[in-house]
Design a protein around this ligand. Sequence first.
Ligand code: GLU
Length: 408
Amino acid sequence: MSTSTDLSSSLQPMENSLKKINRPTLLSSVRRIVVKVGSSTLTEGVNLSVAKVSRLVEDLSQLKQKGIEVILVTSGAIAAGRGQLTELFQNANGPKFNPSGLCPIIPELQAAAAVGQIHLMNAYKQLFEQFGHLVGMILVTQDDFDHRQRYTHISDTIRTLLRFGVIPIINENDTVAVDEIKVGDNDTISAYVTNLVEADLLVVLSDQAGFYTQDPRKHSSAQLIAIIDQITDDIWSAAGEAGTDKGTGGMRTKLRAAEIVTGSGKMMVIADGSKPMIVSSLLAGESIGTLFLPAERTKPMSARQRWIAYSRPARGVLFVDDGAKSALLKGGKSLLPSGIRKTDGNFKFGDTVSCKDQKKREFARGLVNYNTSEVEQIKGKQTCQLQETIGDFYYDEVIHRDNLVLLN
Ligand code: GLU
């Protein structure tokens, strides 16, 4: 999407309906917080800015002193490494980092991440030490979130670090993460982490003050939206295409993060990372940035349900008929082949897939028992026809009820 929609006209009714929300009360209940910071908030030119990192460290240290558990998801490795490599080779006859000045090739970015990650962590280690805090580093990829066992190991490690009073610092493992095993942006990783450790709030520090009715860099009349209770199609269109040249996370990845976090029953705020003590001020009740409210659910999701629905991307879609939809939503049933009309995507056994109705609205996600070509063969068939269609089979259900999560 290259253009964005102006949300101003729908802003007033939205704000009216949210007047009763008491932000200070909501935010004062926060005990565990994930803070995500992007490269542009940490760098100056091509280098890591010690002043900017210090400012963040001071802010987070103050939260810790108040007894709040803090987890940091940080970008900046590639940016920091790029600066180091450029500096190292600028007068030498050796290799030049990104000599054309155009988009660097992947191994160069990975080399920059390898160099920069140490630089970044060293800065955090030294600066947090000044406040008496120890830090621990965790590097992750999409693969780690996809596999339930690895996922629970990350969770156990983070929870143990928190128990010891250590600040976990997380980034994508850029040197190994390419293509399909890569999450690709730290907005999404921070949402996964919030979900994983059941934090009360994710704060995404951005180079913008929050979510606006229009792109504020292009439209001076753009208004900041203080509270968003539902991520509607209009909100998605207003996000347009965003992002600075330093990070990969524009507003669309932030909205995706908000969907994950609020869908799992937690809150998220987008706020301006260039403001000193921004997170402390936010938790002290100041009206800062854009607050995304948790989605309302009749029953909270279990840890496993959060993993199925929100910690791995859906690898495909099953479009189901109205009868199957109602059996899943109201009857508490499993999804059988007979209710499936068509498929989309390329999935295999055990992947998360999305269930959509005839109007293409997503209403559930689940772990699928068959791959795409098998579902294509058995869709619309009765269970008694499975043997003659695909031979020996192990499951009557395409998604078993226990592996199905109903969305809002
Ligand atoms: N992992 C990348 C880095 O440390 C950043 C990814 C992002 O900005 O979302 O440079």
